[in-house]
Write a protein that binds this ligand. Structure first.
Ligand code: 3PG
Length: 390
């Protein structure tokens, strides 16, 4: 079974900071408690600080399940295959981070159709040791990678309970004709966010887009604002300055539909200071300001549908969690259907005791947004074809 337990990790200690995604698969794992269950998953991407083994994940899963979860530091080599062969009914085995295998991450493989990806060593070796494939990994369903799209080419394949629940709930949002539909984009994945935003706007799905976090910085630059040397440098380091042209075009085309912060919060002498976007100090941008919070909250409260992904600021520092907390509170007051995605917002909502007040908490980040933009997700499409689902 492919699961998505990609979790926030403290790089220096390897501690898993939030286990929501691990918990999200418990129901499907329990449903398969009569099987010999092999779990396949990833953590982060090669080159990033939190790209690490799944050993700690397997321990956490064992604690949550209240039974043993075996772990092998191998994906499809002899050690992994021997462990799979030795499994007995009711036992669970977690394989190593599948992105340790070059075939899972190589452009040359990912760009090929699922039938070709099924000829990888990863898929050929593992599929000969198992009888069926279950995909429960909604959060990675937008990636065309062997562990996500190729097994259904060679094995009887099924959707897990979590994947089903995600599709059911998000389909409600997608099919709804209620307006206005508001999408809130925060966090650091500006490139991904811009791509999804463009789809949502060009298809007329989004009535309003709220920007915060790194995404907002890109739009502030596109508006010609002086964001200060320190922020400019941080964006250049991440290669985000190249997104500014795209943001300019989006602003020209969609104008007011894209909301950009009017004020921001900065760290001055260790505490929160605010300024208008027209008079920004040369200090690190840490959050949206209170006028922006008020404006965005008003839009959210009056929406028929709200989907939010990514925090509005550096929420890990208490003073700068305000924007994310207030936008979530506005969602909890909204009478429409509200959805949040991505691990960070879910963690903030849990801390604020707001989980129950959000209509649906998706385990997906980009997968959720793409689904809501009406895009076909490769991991789901291969299952539909394999199983003839609607
Ligand atoms: C996520 O965290 O969004 C999923 O696990 C997918 O991860 P990726 O963006 O590294 O493919």
């Amino acid at each position: 079974m492919r699961i998505d337990i990609n979790s926030p990790i403290e790089p220096s200690t390897g501690t898993i900071l939030d286990d929501t995604r691990i918990r999200s698969h418990i129901a499907t794992i329990e449903e398969l408690s009569e099987s010999k269950l092999v779990l396949l998953a990833h953590q982060s991407r090669p080159g990033l600080e939190d790209f690490t083994t799944l050993e700690a994940h397997s321990h956490r899963l064992a604690e949550l399940l209240g039974r043993e979860v075996r772990y092998v530091d191998d994906v499809f080599g002899r050690a992994a295959r021997e462990e799979i062969f030795r499994l007995r009914r009711g036992e669970v085995l977690m394989l190593e981070n599948v992105r340790f295998c070059s075939e899972e991450v190589a452009e040359e493989v990912k760009s090929k159709p699922p039938e070709i990806q099924a000829t990888t060593n990863l898929v050929r070796k593992l599929s000969s040791y198992v009888e069926a494939y279950v995909n429960d990994a909604f959060a990675v369903a937008h990636r065309s990678q062997p562990s996500v799209v190729a097994f259904p080419m060679v094995l009887p394949s099924y959707a897990g309970k979590l994947l089903e629940r995600e599709v059911e709930n998000l389909t409600k949002v997608l099919k709804s004709n209620d307006k206005p539909k508001v999408f809130s984009f925060g966090g650091a994945k500006a490139k991904d966010s811009l791509k999804v935003m463009e789809k949502l706007l060009s298809k007329g799905i989004a009535d309003v887009v709220l920007t915060s976090g790194m995404v907002a910085n890109v739009f502030l630059l596109a508006q010609g604002k002086d964001i200060g040397e320190v922020n400019l440098r941080a964006m250049k380091e991440k290669g985000f300055d190249s997104l500014v042209e795209k943001a300019k075009k989006l602003l020209e085309k969609y104008g007011e539909k894209i909301q950009v912060p009017i004020d921001l919060a900065f760290k001055r002498d260790g505490s929160r200071a605010e300024a208008s976007v027209d008079e920004m100090p040369n200090l690190m941008i840490m959050d949206i300001g209170i006028d922006t919070i008020a404006r965005y909250s008003n839009i959210i409260e009056n929406a028929a549908i709200v989907a939010a992904n990514g925090p509005a600021g550096v929420f890990e520092i208490k003073e700068f969690a305000l924007g994310s907390q207030e936008l979530l509170k506005a969602m909890s007051r909204c009478r429409g259907f509200t959805v949040i995605g991505g691990g960070h917002l879910a963690a903030i909502a849990a801390k604020q005791g707001l989980r129950e007040k959000i209509s649906f908490i998706s385990t997906g980040g980009k997968a959720m947004l793409l689904f809501l933009a009406g895009e076909k997700l490769p991991g789901i499409e291969v299952l539909r074809e394999a199983r003839g689902y609607d």
